[in-house]
Design a protein around this ligand. Structure first.
Ligand code: HEC
Length: 196
């Protein structure tokens, strides 16, 4: 009988203690404020870019997302700008940082490649005249030219279709200027590599 009541008292006081502390805890500890940088700024930067001739500064980076009022942008320095465009970039690795109106930042690594001058000319022609059919994921006649290696690996077909026009000229429904055909020919004759 004695043992039972001791046990009862002990368990009761334990219960009271637990209730007291759990109550006290929730009363005195405020709920943490949500971190505005985790709520609003988790959109990673997305960019489009053009590359450069090795040793020159012709590269560009354009932030395509997130954009809109309140966002500012930087590439590797503490200076932020409202424009989404960065020009005159040398080959190298850049960190594109986006800051929103609350001061929260996200960042992405962006590489600008260095090309040989002749390949740079060909890459520029392809970017200008081979879309939308062969660019941004589109495949025509089994060819997509998004990656530099796609151009390098198709150097012979690109020359045959744009310079020789056999069986028909590319771009479809048109032809490159004599000057641009010559640039493709110059690259092919130099060895058709990225470094040419
Ligand atoms: C308006 C759409 C369009 C544009 C622009 C275009 N092409 Fe094409 N291309 C096609 C289509 C459609 C085919 C498949 C039919 C064919 O081969 O004629 C094709 C096929 C090709 C092929 C693969 C066939 C082969 O002969 O090996 C190559 C290489 C090619 N194009 C190169 C180019 C290049 C280089 C440019 C830019 C200078 C270009 N094309 C611009 C639509 C286009």
């Amino acid at each position: 009988m004695m043992k039972k009541s001791i046990l009862l008292v002990t368990s009761l006081s334990f219960l009271v203690t637990v209730l007291f502390y759990s109550c006290k805890k929730s009363d005195t500890t405020p709920a943490p404020a949500p971190d505005p940088c985790l709520v609003g700024a988790t959109i990673l930067p997305v960019v489009s870019k053009t590359h450069t001739i090795t040793g020159q500064s012709l590269g560009t980076i354009t932030v395509t997302s997130p954009i809109g009022s309140g966002y500012v942008y930087s590439i590797g320095s503490t200076v932020f700008q409202e424009s989404t465009n960065f020009f005159s970039l040398a080959a190298g690795n850049y960190t594109v940082t986006v800051k929103n109106a609350a001061g929260c930042t996200t960042a992405a690594a962006v590489a600008i490649n260095g090309y040989g001058a002749k390949f740079y000319a060909v890459r520029t022609i392809v970017n200008g005249y081979c879309g939308p059919c062969h660019l941004n994921g589109s495949v025509s006649g089994g060819k997509n030219f998004d990656a530099d290696n796609d151009i390098v690996n198709s150097w012979d077909r690109i020359k045959i279709r744009t310079v020789d026009g056999s069986p028909t000229f590319m771009p479809e429904n048109g032809q490159l200027t004599a000057l641009d055909k010559q640039k493709i020919l110059d690259w092919v004759n130099a060895g058709h590599r990225i470094t040419d």
